[in-house]
Write a protein that binds this ligand. Structure first.
Ligand code: CA
Length: 168
């Protein structure tokens, strides 16, 4: 069986683990879903899970998709649509993700990944807490160095994102 993305809530003491749910539901019908990353929205309480996806391997190769999950107490369930965060014709690498209160409302998630086209490019994509994608993917770094292992965090004091990756 090709890999899918599963998840579960775990309470702070680790004594109560919620039911395991399917976050990607393509299973054996549409490629492989691997390498998940997750962040929580500080206002809605929902999580956004992003992963590497080969559902369109014949056309766009490795892509990054994302799906929100809501707490339903106890446990969790899928919320809203699965969205294509990065679906270029090149090969995407595993994503990283964080959430920040960037707009004074429900904030935004930022998903980052490395994309191989003719060389490696570090990309970021803004995702709103209703799963809308904001604008086009943002080019963070397009030098010709080999890149991998992106990471991202939000800094509330400066209202900036910090993106890091392995280079060379
Ligand atoms: Ca792709």
């Amino acid at each position: 069986m090709p890999p899918d993305i599963l998840g579960a809530t775990v309470d702070p003491t680790g004594t109560n683990v919620g039911p395991i749910i399917a976050i990607s539901t393509e299973g054996s019908t549409a490629g492989q879903q691997t390498d998940p990353a997750v962040a929580a929205c500080g206002t809605t309480g929902r999580w956004l899970v992003a992963w590497l996806d080969t559902r369109n391997q014949g056309t766009t190769g490795f892509d990054v998709y994302a799906q929100q999950v809501a707490y339903v107490g106890p446990g969790s369930s899928r919320w809203g649509p699965t969205v294509p965060v990065g679906a270029f014709t090149g090969e995407a690498g595993p994503p990283a993700i964080d959430w920040g209160p960037v707009d004074g409302g429900d904030g935004e998630f930022l998903v980052v990944w490395i994309e191989w086209q003719t060389y490696d490019t570090a990309y970021a994509r803004r995702v709103e807490p209703d799963s809308n994608l904001v604008g086009d993917p943002i080019v963070v770094c397009d030098t010709s160095a080999i890149k991998s292992s992106p990471a991202v965090a939000y800094a509330p004091t400066s209202s900036d994102w910090w993106v890091a990756w392995e280079s060379g």
